[in-house]
Structures are given as C-alpha cells and as structure tokens.
Design a protein around this ligand. Structure first.
Ligand SMILES: Nc1nc2c(ncn2[C@@H]2O[C@H](COP(=O)(O)OP(=O)(O)OP(=O)(O)O)[C@@H](O)[C@H]2O)c(=O)[nH]1
Ligand SMILES: [Mg+2]
Length: 446
C-alpha cells in the first residue's frame, strides 16, 4: 500500500428542502387552511478520525463526496426528512484545509474526533408558518438553502511523540527497530525508508522491566543537503515531525557528524523555522565502529551545538537505555505543548447560526443614481442585515411574500434607518440584485 499523506477532495453538503405551499383539502370544505410542512435539512459532510489507518490511501477511490438533500415539505404539515450526514473516515493526525483560502478547517488529533467540513443547507418553512391575523392564507413558503461546497486538502501528519531525523543510512530505522517492536526495512543503501513508520517505545526501569509508560517514535525518510529544493525525497516528510514534541538528530559517527548536523538544521529551518525550537537531542550512532577517543572528540564538538549528545550503537545496543530514558524525561507535557502549538482552526459551524442583523446603508451609493425621466434616481444601497439572504429564500414567491418581507425588514429597523439617512418617498432601495421603491409610512398614514 502506497503511503499517501496529501489528498485533495471535493465536498458538497446536501441542500435544504423547500417548505411546502399547500392548503388543506377535505370533502365539504370550501377553503382549507394552509398546511404546508417544512423542508428537511441537507446532510453535512463530516470528517471523523479513526484509529489504525496510517495513510489517506483508502480514500483514493473516492474524491467527491455529496451529502443527500433534505426532502421537500408536504401538505398536511408533513415535514421533509433530513438528509443524513456523510462521514469521511480519516487517520488520526489529519488536518483539513480549505483549498481556496488556505485556512485550517479541521485538525483531528484524537480517535473519534469529528468536524463538519461542509454544512448542510437549512430546510425552508412551510406556508403554515406564515399565517397571521391579517394573513390567513399565505401563498408563499420558504425555500431551503444550498449546502456548503468546497475543495478540501487533507494532510496527514503523524501524531508521534518523538521524531527521528538524519541523513540516509545514519541508522534511524535501526534505532526505531532497536527501541520498539516496529520492524522497518534496514539496509546499507540510502533511502531505504520511503515513507514514515511509527513504533511504540516502552519505558523500562533500571532492571529492564516495563513500566506502564510508552511513547511513539516516528522514523521518516532520510534528508540530504538541498532537500528544501526538492533533492532526495524532498522535505515533504518533515510534515510528520512538525508535531512531534522531541526531535532526535541521528548522526553517523563515521561520516561528518558536525557538518551533517549543520546541514540538517539548515534544511529543517528552511521548511519550518519553529522545528529548531523543538526539544532536541543528538544520537551519535555507530560508535562501536570507531575509537573511543574519536567518539569523545566528536561528542565534544557536537556539544557546541547546545544540544545533549548521546553515544549509541543501534547495532550493538550500546547507549540505548540512556537514549530511551532521555526521551521520556525530555518529552514536554502533551497538553502544554498543544496549547503553544495550537493551529488557528475555523470555528465549528453551528447549523442554525443566525444571520447578523447589522446592516449599513452604503454611503458610496447615496444620492448617486441613474437618470430616469430627466431626474436623477436616488438609490440607497443596503448591505448586510441578512436582507438579501431572506429575499433569496422567497425568490419563487416574491410577489406573494413581499408584504411579509416588508414587515420583517421594518421590525429590523430598515425603514427608519433609511428615513434618518434622508430617503424620500419614491427613492430606490437596492438590496443585492433586488430593487424596490422606498415607501414612507408616516407620509402615507391615515
Ligand atoms: N555498524 C553499525 N551499523 C549500523 C548501526 N546502525 C545502523 N547501521 C547500519 O547502517 C545501515 C543503514 O541503516 P538504516 O537503519 O537503514 O539507516 P536509515 O537512517 O534508516 O537510512 P534511510 O532509511 O535510507 O534514511 C544499515 O546497513 C545498518 O545495518 C550501528 O550502530 N552500527
Ligand atoms: Mg530508514
């Protein structure tokens, strides 16, 4: 199975069903009352984090997800059924971005965590809702709203506590194998590891008996000079160590450890400078291959980097207990770490979020207008307040719903605001693509 850690998908939530415009019909009854039911909600698209899937591969077969529409309302006050939410199961550690804005929509770090990434449309209200003392037979109903559509980029970043970084062949996979039960491929050629691998490391006491404490260790493909320009396997796998809490630089003592460390750090920096601020240590590997004196000399040089250095041999097991114990001791508290590394995530969408009632009369459009009948037309452009959205929801019944809408707008203070701004009888009020004539209530009283 190929390892897949980036995937683009398209999601479209279901539309809300339209409310019904219906009147009760029964034998021997001349005119029945309005009995149109509400439309159902559209199904949302929800990301859900599941355990045990390390790759986004399983989603490859399906790139488009569409939520079912809510059903229309019907007569006899029958409500349309809601479209069921669609769940997309992704591995823990998946982050979702809105492709257009680049913003983070979801960051799933716990098994079972969910996040709506496309919100289903709202159902419209049936005509029975709109009766009042003066309107006993509303010949209009509300339409459903469209479901949210967007393109989403999914990125998987392994959730590991510790990440191993180093040049190819430094012995990262050998260390993972020696410290955990993981069984990665190990070979004496570069780029043996082609995709990230996770292992679980148990803490042990001084006698080697397991304590009930473990951490996860991620082994990623080797990094070489120029990786930030795409050399070798590139830097894309560094994504997987971006949220490990400890970094281990694995250096081969027989090569040029000081030079390689500097190079590694410079490649990491060009990918994400905050990686260098992570708690880090150096595992100076393959020490059994060189003189003790040489190893000590190299260690001294590396200490100049300010990082703790441990001499180890993945092959002979030397220094591994110390390395394991250091990892547990250095590991920052998960909660504290999460607080300082929190992503700026789009807030949860609340289905019934009310529209903002705030509106403004666009000053740019005031008094400016098109000449009609030799007279400049006075146009008042109104922005916000949810007016346009409301009109859209009655677009099929604009004529019949106009009085109702007029009352809603009046209650929201639209006419008094226009009057204060200087609107006069006969002026044009523009809301989105809709235009209507301003009508001064006071002048028309009595
Ligand atoms: N002598 C000796 N050889 C080692 C030691 N650790 C690893 N090796 C050898 O070094 C070679 C590379 O080891 P790997 O663990 O595959 O190295 P890697 O860093 O994972 O390499 P890539 O996956 O290619 O990035 C293998 O032949 C290992 O057997 C060690 O402590 N001593
Ligand atoms: Mg490897």
């Amino acid at each position: 199975m190929a390892f897949r850690d980036v995937l683009n998908i398209e999601v479209a939530a279901g539309n809300g069903g339209d409310g019904s415009m219906s009147f009760h019909r029964a034998k021997y009854m001349e005119k029945g009352g309005p009995d149109g039911g509400h439309g159902g909600k559209g199904g949302s698209i929800v990301l859900r984090a599941i355990e045990g899937v390390e790759s986004l591969e399983r989603l490859l077969g399906r790139r488009k997800f569409k939520g079912p529409n809510g059903a229309y309302g019907e007569g006899r006050l029958r409500q349309g059924s809601d479209g069921e939410d669609i769940y997309i199961d992704v591995p823990v550690g998946t982050t979702a971005f809105d492709e257009e804005s680049g913003k983070v929509i979801a960051d799933l770090v716990r098994v079972g965590q969910t996040k709506v990434i496309a919100r289903g449309g709202l159902g419209g209200r049936g005509n029975s809702t709109f009766t009042s003392s003066t309107r006993q037979a509303p010949r209009f109903a509300e339409l459903g709203t469209p479901g949210q559509k967007r393109r989403v980029r999914l990125e998987l970043r392994l959730i590991a506590d510790v990440g191993l970084v180093g040049y190819p062949n430094a012995g990262k996979s050998s260390l993972l194998a020696a410290l955990s039960r993981a069984n990665p491929a190990i070979a004496d050629y570069p780029f043996t590891t082609l995709s990230p691998i996770l292992g679980v490391v148990d803490r042990v006491d001084t006698h080697g008996s397991p304590l009930d404490e473990r951490l996860t260790l991620a082994d990623i493909p080797g990094i070489i000079e120029g990786a930030s320009e795409g050399k070798g396997l590139g830097l894309e796998f560094l994504r997987h160590i971006s949220r490990t809490r400890v970094l281990v630089y694995v250096l081969d003592v027989t090569r040029d450890p000081v030079g390689e460390l500097a190079q590694l750090q410079s490649e990491l920096r060009s990918y994400d400078p905050t990686l260098l601020e992570q708690v880090s240590l150096i595992a100076l590997n393959k020490v059994e291959l060189v003189d003790e004196d040489l190893a000590v000399m190299v260690e001294d040089e590396l200490i100049g980097s300010g990082l703790p250095v441990l001499q180890v041999s993945a092959k002979e097991g030397q220094g591994l207990n110390e390395l394991r114990e250091s990892l547990f001791q250095l590991l920052p508290d998960r909660e504290l770490w999460a607080q300082t590394h929190a992503l700026d995530i789009e807030p949860d969408v609340i289905r019934e979020a009310p529209l903002s009632l705030e509106f403004r009369i666009d000053p740019a459009a005031q008094g400016v207008g098109i000449i009609s009948d030799g007279q400049p037309e006075r146009v008042w452009k109104v922005v916000g307040g949810g007016f346009e959205e409301r009109i859209v929801r009655f677009s099929r019944y604009l004529e019949e719903a106009s009085e109702y809408l007029g009352n809603v707008f009046k209650r929201q203070g639209l006419y008094s605001a226009l009057k204060r701004a200087g609107a006069r009888e006969g002026d044009t009020v523009e809301i989105g693509p809709h235009r209507f004539e301003y009508f001064d209530e006071d002048e028309n009283k009595g």
